[in-house]
Design a protein around this ligand. Structure first.
Ligand code: GAL
Length: 377
């Protein structure tokens, strides 16, 4: 580790001294795919996405392909329908096809270690897309959003919806106590823990002083996690909570949901239980991804908020990373400390995110060109 840093530093020093040095902050990298930069023009790049079942991954796949093609590359894009063996086969087959870079949004972050070893043996660099790939030394870069911040924003928006705090962070008009239930994402997705930890960093003090209560008592990650982010599972869990804990007039005031797909299941369970009327309004329900169905639900006053992650930018970032590697440059990153995959800290580029609710969805989603007004009708 130390040795390679020294080598890099020496290489950088040499580069700075060379007559052609132009003061650019980009360094050359000793990455094999970069060795024949000219040969890499028009190279094939393998892109694997977890599933077509959610709107965002369809958008991610299309955009990554578009961005790479605009840079002159060919793209092999695959979806695995949340089935781990399918994704494993897709990566194997992309390696056989001779891809020069792999961009992977994994299903189970720890399930592709041996494929990545094969990739490393074939000198194919790997970019983890949105989700960190775990337990492998063969992950070169990570393009994602600020996942801890997403959790912080989800929790802040829950507090704002409950009027415990104002949008500017000052204390709100309400004091509580409020009944809330917590949901987390898939335990095999590293992001789920980041969202949860980010959210709990905000909610814990409110739980400690009693302004928030979790009547089910289920607050640890394991008991609230929903495998593979399944809407149906979230609906089942919410239905169970409603029957076990919310009888005899006790009502739910808020639900921390980490993803729009789960929020849809949660809303359904609440609706079947009589929520969504003047006498029994929906609790404050959060989300993530600004999926069309959920934005419509926000406009209709069911879901309260979502987190907008502009995956057009993520697609561009990952394509630029691949392009930089193939041209022998070091991709731009902004975080070299937080994403430890169990074997190494993966240099990461974290993009920003926005809380969206009924008040700002037009500005955030329509004015930015992410959706048209018609798509949200
Ligand atoms: C996460 C991702 C979220 C959401 C979720 C379910 O990995 O960061 O934005 O899409 O998966 O698909």
């Amino acid at each position: 580790m130390r040795k390679s840093r020294v080598v890099l530093a020496a290489a950088a020093a040499l580069l700075a001294l060379s007559p052609g040095a132009c003061g650019s902050s980009e360094k050359t990298v000793d990455k094999d795919a970069s060795s024949g930069a000219a040969d890499n023009a028009g190279a094939l790049i393998g892109v694997t996405m977890p599933t077509r079942a959610s709107q965002r991954w369809n958008g991610d796949g299309e955009n990554v392909k578009k961005e790479l093609e605009a840079l002159g590359y060919k793209v092999d894009l695959q979806y695995a329908e949340d089935d781990i063996p399918t994704q494993v086969n897709q990566i194997d087959s992309q390696i056989t096809k001779g891809v020069r870079v792999l961009i992977i949004a994994s299903i189970d972050g720890a399930a592709i270690t041996s494929q990545l070893q094969t990739a490393a043996d074939a000198k194919i660099p790997v970019i983890a897309y949105d989700r960190l790939i775990l337990k492998s030394p063969n992950v070169d870069y990570y393009a994602t959003f600020d996942n801890f911040k997403v959790g912080v924003q989800q929790a802040n928006s829950l507090l704002i919806g409950l009027k415990l705090v104002n949008a500017d962070g000052t204390p709100g008009t309400a004091k509580g106590p409020f009944n809330v239930e917590l949901f987390a994402g898939s335990p095999d997705d590293n992001n789920a823990t980041f969202f949860f930890n980010g959210a709990m960093s905000v909610l814990q003090p409110y739980l400690d002083k009693g302004a928030l209560k979790v009547p089910s008592g289920q607050t640890d990650f394991k008991s609230i996690a929903i495998l593979r982010w399944q809407a149906r599972e979230a609906q089942n869990r919410m239905e169970n909570l409603l029957t076990s804990t919310y009888r005899s007039g006790v009502k739910v005031d808020g639900v921390l949901s980490p993803y729009d797909g789960l929020s849809i299941g949660i809303v359904s369970a609440l609706k079947s239980s009589g929520y969504g009327t003047a006498g029994l309004p929906y609790p404050v329900i959060t989300g993530q991804d600004a999926e069309v169905t959920s934005v419509k639900s926000i406009i209709a006053g069911e879901q309260y908020s979502t987190i907008f992650k502009d995956y057009r930018d993520l697609a561009k970032t990952s394509a630029q990373m691949a392009d930089a590697i193939l041209k022998g440059r070091k991709p731009v990153t902004n975080n070299e400390k937080d994403y430890d995959n169990g074997v190494k800290v993966v240099p990461s580029m974290l993009l920003d995110t926005t809380i969206v609710n009924k008040d700002n969805y037009e500005k955030a989603l329509i004015d930015s060109g992410f959706y048209t007004q018609a798509q949200l009708r």
